[in-house]
Design a protein around this ligand. Structure first.
Ligand code: C2E
Ligand code: CA
Ligand code: CA
Ligand code: CA
Length: 275
């Protein structure tokens, strides 16, 4: 009877069934992955142009699936969000990133992506405090990266929590800036420490005058609001030169380095890009 039921369902809704079964399988695999510890963090340097050295690393999660190999976050973070599993994954990411950062020189920060569902979960503050306490990492070496979608379910509670975290010394960055519908309005709602200019603007900065004008305006705005800037997705020296000219403070992208495993961080700390 079970087989019949499945057969009938598949007959009427073949693609929906396949998609639903795929998501269900990823969900089951994710649950197992959390138990088995199949996640690793890679780290991408954020290069401070004025100091001419690496100022921090962004932690980026990877899933080492036993059969499928390395699964990029775009393929599982959305499912982890829908199923609530991002809470457990995010807690592990926070713990691991803080623990790892303790091995780095003291001036180097770690940036951790925090997803909207983590903000809706009442335990986020305790999770961050515990990660700091367990690792011994100074709060001002931790930067959380949020996108404006965290505000969609109601700004008030999120902003209250951000103020609490910031009062503890934790830094707050606004990720993917410029891609949302009301990026500007959120700059009035909270004193972010940093704005990360979305890669889509950087990609065309050298070829599209309007992209260049937008980047210039974002950098000027950030400067006026006393916020730092990081350009995301910098891939060539033409982009770098333009960003330097506009006064952008930090760059992140394949030009300087792809995300690397923790064992390669020491080597990266030697690099310079001044010319
Ligand atoms: P994001 O936070 O915007 O992270 C930047 C993404 O751009 C990373 O992709 C990085 O590898 C990629 N990238 C960096 N430089 C370049 C470049 O020069 N060119 C191009 N084409 N790409 C570049 P990744 O690691 O695949 O992560 C994708 C997204 O997954 C992240 O976007 C973030 O939204 C999410 N994510 C990653 N790790 C975590 C995590 O631990 N927690 C949560 N909640 N989300 C995460
Ligand atoms: Ca990010
Ligand atoms: Ca981003
Ligand atoms: Ca993104």
């Amino acid at each position: 009877a079970k087989e019949d039921g499945r057969g009938v369902f598949r007959f009427f809704e073949p693609s929906l069934d396949a998609a639903a079964r795929w998501r269900r399988q990823v969900e089951l695999d994710l649950r197992a992955a959390i138990q088995a510890g199949q996640f690793v963090l890679n780290y991408q340097p954020v290069f401070d142009l004025k100091a001419d050295r690496i100022g921090g690393f962004e932690a980026l999660v990877r899933w080492h699936h036993p059969e499928r190999g390395i699964v990029p976050p775009a393929e599982f973070i959305p499912i982890a969000e829908d199923t609530g599993l991002i809470i457990a994954i995010g807690e592990w990411v926070m713990q691991e990133a803080c623990r790892q950062a303790m091995h780095w020189p003291e001036h180097i920060r770690v940036a951790v992506n925090v997803s909207p569902l983590q903000f809706r979960n009442s335990g986020l503050q305790a999770i961050i405090l515990q990660a700091l306490a367990h690792s011994g990492l100074a709060p001002d070496r931790l930067e959380i990266e949020i996108t404006e979608s965290v505000f969609l379910d109601g700004e008030g509670p999120v902003i209250a929590l951000l103020h609490t975290l910031r009062a503890m010394g934790i830094r707050v960055a606004l990720d993917d800036f410029g891609t949302g519908y009301s990026s500007l309005s959120y700059l009035r709602s909270f004193p972010f420490d940093k704005i990360k200019i979305d890669r889509s603007f950087i990609t065309s900065i050298a070829t599209d005058p309007s992209a260049a004008a937008i980047v210039r305006a974002i950098v000027d705005l950030a400067t006026a609001l006393d916020m730092e800037t990081t350009a995301e997705g910098v891939e060539d020296t033409g982009q770098l030169d333009l960003l330097r000219g506009e006064g952008c403070g930090n760059i992140q992208g394949y030009l300087f380095s792809r995300p690397v495993e923790s064992g390669r961080i020491a080597g990266l700390l030697e690099n310079r890009i001044s010319r």
